[in-house]
Design a protein around this ligand. Structure first.
Ligand SMILES: [Zn+2]
Length: 256
């Protein structure tokens, strides 16, 4: 492993443990997974069965980007066939470990999402909304300025589909639709009855976006408890997202 890959892996381990801390309530047991791009052709992803809270360098698997994306165009593999196919996309098929079943979703969010780091969690306060009839509204409404500044003007939304190939394909479609509408990839992708995916250019950006969208979920639920949540208008969202002092605030919030 070269120095660049080692630095990426260190950052990925740090981010993953931070997200996995029990007080953050993003995941329990072996839930959730994270990834980071190594270079144009490969990325690290959490190994199957690893816990975010306790993971170390050995818990990640290097995967070939092209082979992972090609799997999305293959037939509907299941069981042993899918397991073998996931082993075959490892950069070094002889290396230990097995990529998480969500490796295809990570290939998609890093590539189509033009990101360097990604995290997928089952954050309790977010899932309270995504498992309710307000899921769609929560995903698409923006309720306060810092949510727009950090998390973008909107979220991509994915109806419930099974993990693995179906989820990888559905997430890809949701990113393409978002890109068509906004001309940029989404920073947050809401998975109905499942969880959230957050992407960023750095470990810090992913942690910041996840913290802010988690806060937004708490506020949204609180607003539901006292009345009806009132989102900002599309014009307000657009203005706040584009304004230069908000760009300055975004950098400040990210401590860049
Ligand atoms: Zn999940």
């Amino acid at each position: 492993m070269n120095d660049h890959a080692r630095t990426i892996l260190n950052d990925l381990v740090g981010m993953t443990r931070e997200i996995g801390s029990p007080e953050a309530d993003h995941v329990v047991l072996g839930e959730g997974n994270t990834s980071a791009r190594i270079d144009d052709g490969s990325f690290f992803v959490k190994g199957s069965g690893e816990s975010l809270r306790t993971i170390d360098e050995s818990g990640f698997v290097a995967v070939d980007m092209k082979r992972a994306l090609a799997l999305l165009d293959s037939g509907d593999l299941q069981g042993d066939e899918l397991r073998d196919a996931l082993l075959a996309i490892k950069k070094d098929p002889q290396a230990p470990g097995r990529p998480s079943i969500e490796v295809l979703m990570h290939a998609v969010v890093l590539q189509a999402g033009q990101a360097e780091f990604a995290a997928h969690t089952h954050t309790t306060v977010i899932n309270e909304l995504l498992c309710s009839d307000r899921a769609h509204r929560f995903a698409h409404e923006r309720i306060f300025p810092d949510q727009i500044v950090l998390c973008g003007p909107d979220s991509a939304f994915v109806p419930y589909v099974d993990p693995g190939l179906p989820l990888g394909r559905a997430v890809h479609q949701s990113i393409e639709e978002y890109d068509k509408e906004y001309g940029i990839p989404p920073k947050t992708i809401m998975l109905k009855n499942h969880g959230i995916v957050v992407v960023g250019q750095s470990r810090l950006e992913v942690e910041a976006i996840l913290a802010m969208i988690t806060k937004a979920a708490r506020i949204y639920s609180g607003a539901c408890a006292v009345g009806e949540p009132v989102g900002l208008s599309r014009q307000d969202i657009e203005r706040i997202y584009r304004r230069s002092d908000e760009a300055y605030r975004r950098r400040k919030l990210l401590r860049e």
